[in-house]
Design a protein around this ligand. Structure first.
Ligand code: SF4
Length: 446
């Protein structure tokens, strides 16, 4: 096909890694059908906007992106989490001229809308190519050396501040054979690091009653522990996100200690006070978290723990907040994100009494960040002198920007390799850590 005549799509991808995976699937399908993607509105025949609908700020950002695409191009199809809110009414109320609105992971609906408004060109070459196999690597929006691996959709929990289950439904896990074939394809394509994502990675397979599936000619259960073990056989960096501190998570820690998967867990604790956790309806809220962390560290002293917290949740008192600060001091987490509670339209927590004033939320957020900055700085300082393998993400004229096994892309810190201009993204190099600040490390060839 002469690509000058291929129908051209502009694509705007907003939101979390799960939304990014949706964008990759839609782009892969578009490419397979002979659509070209272009990087500007003016040259696009139509624009698809994949939106985020999680917090109010994300809603506004998504609505603005739709407005911009409408102004600059005029033909816009909306998909993603915001599209799923109120059956698309929220989007249509602000932007009645959009061509179609679909919800999250609605690949077939998006393609249907695209076909309707911009039919694919008939092309004898492309039309003779069989449809892409489900597990082809497809279009990746991440750099070539790492990829998000989405293992399930939806969530069985009902955290009171969250509307994801309303948007994405209950947990639907992908059978483990499917996930592993995708992981293998990514490994064969040169990916060095897999980031396992879902809404609740520790619950993987629960909906399928841990169904037995097949991978590499042998039976494997669709379950978190088995998935971690199977991924560990691929010889890549495997990083686990969105895990809750359930007892069965203990079983994957030896895989970390033995170097099969990265010694890294991303566990969104959100708070430490039992009353607040109950009001949040958090999963595993009654587990003794500090004990669990202690036993994980005993099994794998090297483990890096990342978490996120919310301050200023309705009903949070000064004492509750201090309990959270005490928890931080005891837990000694490596990486921490903190959000001021922000009501999400449609979330049950909005009706809880005891709203915390904005100024107080801000004050608590600052106190929280101060404590954690001190902890993080000390943790990073203790890495000085260590020799470790790092993965190069970027190279510029000053040197290379890499990451350690203890840091995820985008959300954690970097390891700067000054002068490493001969390195390439995706290189794994052994370095000695020579310097640290509150957030990042500096290394030299070991
Ligand atoms: S675990 Fe809670 S916060 Fe996470 S997606 Fe499920 S309901 Fe939302």
């Amino acid at each position: 096909m002469n690509s000058e005549h291929a129908p051209r799509i502009g694509f705007v991808s907003l939101g979390c890694p799960k939304a990014l995976v949706d964008s990759e699937r839609i782009l892969t399908q578009l490419r397979a059908e002979g659509y070209a993607t272009v990087g500007d509105y003016a040259n696009a025949d139509l624009v698809v906007v994949n939106t985020c609908g999680f917090i109010d700020e994300a809603v506004e950002e998504s609505l603005d992106a739709i407005g911009e695409a409408l102004n600059e191009n005029g033909k816009v199809i909306v998909t993603g989490c915001l599209g799923g809110r109120d059956d698309g009414q929220l989007v249509r109320a602000r932007h009645p001229n959009v061509l179609a609105v679909t919800g999250p992971h609605a690949y077939a609906e998006v393609m249907h809308a695209v076909h309707q408004h911009l039919p694919p060109a008939h092309d004898p070459f492309v039309d003779l190519i069989p449809p892409p196999r489900e597990n082809d690597v497809g279009v990746k929006l991440t750099p070539a050396h790492y990829a998000y691996l989405k293992i399930s959709e939806g969530c069985n929990h009902r955290c009171s501040f969250c509307i994801i289950p309303q948007l994405r439904g209950d947990l639907v896990s992908r059978p483990i054979g499917d996930v592993m074939r995708e992981a293998e394809n990514l490994a064969n394509a040169g990916v060095k690091e897999l980031l396992v994502v879902s809404q609740d990675t520790s619950a993987y397979g629960l909906d399928l009653r841990y169904k037995l599936d097949f991978w590499g000619g042998r039976p494997v259960r669709t379950r978190f522990q088995e998935l971690a073990a199977a991924l560990g056989e691929l010889g890549l960096w495997v990083r686990m996100h969105y895990v809750y501190p359930y007892p069965h998570v203990d079983d994957v820690i030896p895989l970390m200690a033995e170097g099969h998967i990265l010694p890294y867990l991303d566990i969104p604790f959100q708070h430490a006070n039992q009353r607040i956790l109950k009001a949040m309806k958090r999963p595993a809220s009654s587990e003794n978290v500090l004990e669990r962390l202690k036993s994980w560290r005993a099994m794998c002293p090297d483990i890096a723990l990342r978490s996120t917290f919310i301050v200023g949740f309705p009903g949070e008192t000064e004492d509750d907040f201090r309990e959270l600060l005490d928890f931080l001091e005891e837990a000694q987490l490596d990486r921490v994100g903190c959000f001021k509670y922000s009501p999400v339209e449609g979330a049950p927590a909005n009706d809880l009494p005891g709203a915390v004033p904005e100024t107080l939320k801000q004050e608590r957020w600052e106190r929280f960040m101060e404590v954690q900055a001190r902890i993080s700085a000390a943790k990073l300082q203790s890495r000085v002198g260590q020799v470790m393998t790092v993965l190069v993400d970027e190279v510029d004229e000053e040197g290379a920007i890499a990451r350690s096994p203890y840091d995820a892309p985008e959300i954690d810190g970097n390891v700067f390799l000054d002068g490493g201009t001969d390195l390439l993204p995706g290189d794994l190099v052994e370095v000695e850590i020579v310097e640290a600040d509150e957030h990042d490390l500096w290394g030299e060839p070991a």
